[in-house]
Design a protein around this ligand. Structure first.
Ligand code: GDP
Length: 461
């Protein structure tokens, strides 16, 4: 099969709902014969004569034998998910019955869909661009409100819209340049250099902003790793339990999570926080040797995106806290100093004593004081207050790479402008930027890339 030739002859079928027992299971068929194939097994009326976007209840029957009572929904192309004729057959959610239905459709001319083939057809029929198609996979994989919102935004074309704007900027830029090239004999500078400079700077800013959002995108997709460290008896396991009691996230698996350490996962405001090496916190014994503890903590802190340094605010010498703080600064950690056990003393005095150590906050893990403040600070640390949740966020590593290439090409253009290089050299860099832009939306693509992207989908999508 060739890509770029969307007129396939064959009709594909797959279970669209998860395998296993459910109230309802849905089987989807797409392709020129989708409606005819179901029609052959649907004696109560002629589906081929029914209008698009209608639902029909009836029996699926093959060779005199009833398989199931179903609801068939018809979507005629191009007004369907794939752009082809689509029939969705909802049956009773027994894996056995659903398999019988699929087998019957296969015997009557359909073939099993490959992973992602429905969405792939939608892409090749121009129903979605590549960035949108990939967002479908993200949405299916999303496990927090934030990742869901972001994927939905991208399916609706939020990201693609930003790219279109960028593309328009680049095209108007190259139009000015080309105009100048046409008149090169006459040695005039048509394209106003100041205007060009302004355009390319704007495009560069837009690209950089999108590329920068990838850090947040990664956070939304993969979560933030947090290390809770501190001396024995600071209250680490108490804090972990307090946090987990309210916010334990139900997640089956997160991409990129290392399996060799035990982690607890919290969902705070739609962002997943992974508390790493929690086994180390829990298994602590009273005779833990300090030096081993320190080395192990350092290792743990290096792995983490965020370090929570917990200390007993009744007993910790202020000088020692400052020494630790300086060490964290030197290591470049993103950290929060957390004074615990404030219920045992005067909080105001503690604030005074540790005034030189920032960023700091005070809690009681056991009495659950100021735990909200801690949660908010964690979220702030990640979002940095900079990113509006309405902004487009790049979550896809492939898009990130392309955006970096675009930014690189644009920076070259700007340099060329600074050096007053001739227009044909500028045009070359602009074309390079446009090429990478096309790679994201799928206007420039190759078969291997498409195969790779769609193979990550589950069957039935
Ligand atoms: P870890 O060694 O850092 O994990 O410390 P633990 O969580 O095991 O706590 C050590 C002791 O301090 C336990 O007896 C806890 O009940 C107690 N503790 C922890 N947090 C607080 C707190 O906020 N207030 C008080 N009063 N006791 C606490």
């Amino acid at each position: 099969m060739k890509y770029g030739q969307p007129n396939w002859e064959d009709t594909i079928v797959a279970l669209a709902t998860p395998p296993g027992i459910g109230a309802i299971g849905m089987i989807r068929l797409s392709g020129p014969a989708a409606i005819d194939i179901v029609d052959k097994l649907f004696p109560s009326k002629s589906l081929s004569e029914q209008p698009t976007h209608t639902a029909h209840v009836g029996l699926i029957r093959e060779g005199g034998q009833v398989i199931d009572e179903v609801v068939v929904t018809l979507f005629r192309g191009p007004r369907s998910y794939t752009g082809e004729d689509v029939a969705e057959v909802s049956g009773h959610g027994s894996p056995y019955v659903l398999q019988q239905l699929i087998d019957a459709f296969l015997r009557n001319g359909a073939r099993l869909a490959r992973a992602g083939e429905f969405t792939q057809r939608a892409f090749l029929n121009g129903r979605l661009d590549l960035a949108q198609a990939e967002a479908v996979a993200d949405l299916i994989a999303s496990n927090t409100a934030a990742s869901q919102k972001n994927a939905l935004n991208n399916i609706r074309g939020g990201f693609s819209q930003d790219l279109r704007m960028l593309r328009e900027q680049l095209i108007s830029f190259s139009a000015l340049i080309e105009l100048e090239l046409d008149f090169s004999q006459e040695d005039v500078e048509f394209a106003d250099r100041a205007q060009l400079y302004h355009l390319v700077t704007e495009a560069l800013e837009g690209t950089t902003k999108l590329a920068d959002s990838f850090r947040l995108g990664n956070v939304i997709r993969n979560g933030v790793s947090v290390a809770i460290v501190g001396k024995p008896n600071a209250g680490k396991s108490t804090l972990l339990n307090t946090l987990l009691n309210e916010n334990r996230a139900i997640v089956s698996e997160i991409a990129g999570t290392t399996r060799d350490t035990i982690e607890e996962i919290l969902n705070i405001n739609g962002i997943l926080f992974r508390f790493i090496d929690t086994a180390g916190i829990r298994e602590h014994t009273s005779d833990q040797i300090e030096s081993i503890g320190v080395e192990r903590s350092l290792e743990k802190m290096r792995q983490a995106d965020v370090v929570l340094y917990l200390f007993d605010a009744n007993t910790m010498p202020a000088e020692e806290l400052l020494v630790n703080k300086r060490a964290f600064d030197e290591q470049g950690f993103q950290y929060l100093l957390v004074g615990n056990q404030v219920d045992k003393g005067e909080e105001a005095l503690m604030r005074d004593r540790y005034a030189a150590a920032t960023p700091i906050l005070f809690i009681s893990a056991k009495q659950q004081l100021h735990i909200n403040v801690l949660r908010d600070r964690l979220v702030d640390m990640v979002l940095g207050g900079k990113v509006q949740t309405e902004d487009t966020v790049v979550t896809n590593a492939r898009h990130y790479q392309s955006l970096r290439q675009i930014a690189g090409a644009l920076a070259d253009v700007r340099q060329a402008l600074d050096a007053r290089l001739p227009g044909d050299l500028l045009a070359l860099d602009i074309r390079r930027a446009l090429h990478y832009l096309g790679e994201i939306t799928g206007e420039v693509s190759n078969e291997d890339l498409l195969d790779y992207i769609f193979s990550k989908f589950c069957i039935g999508k």
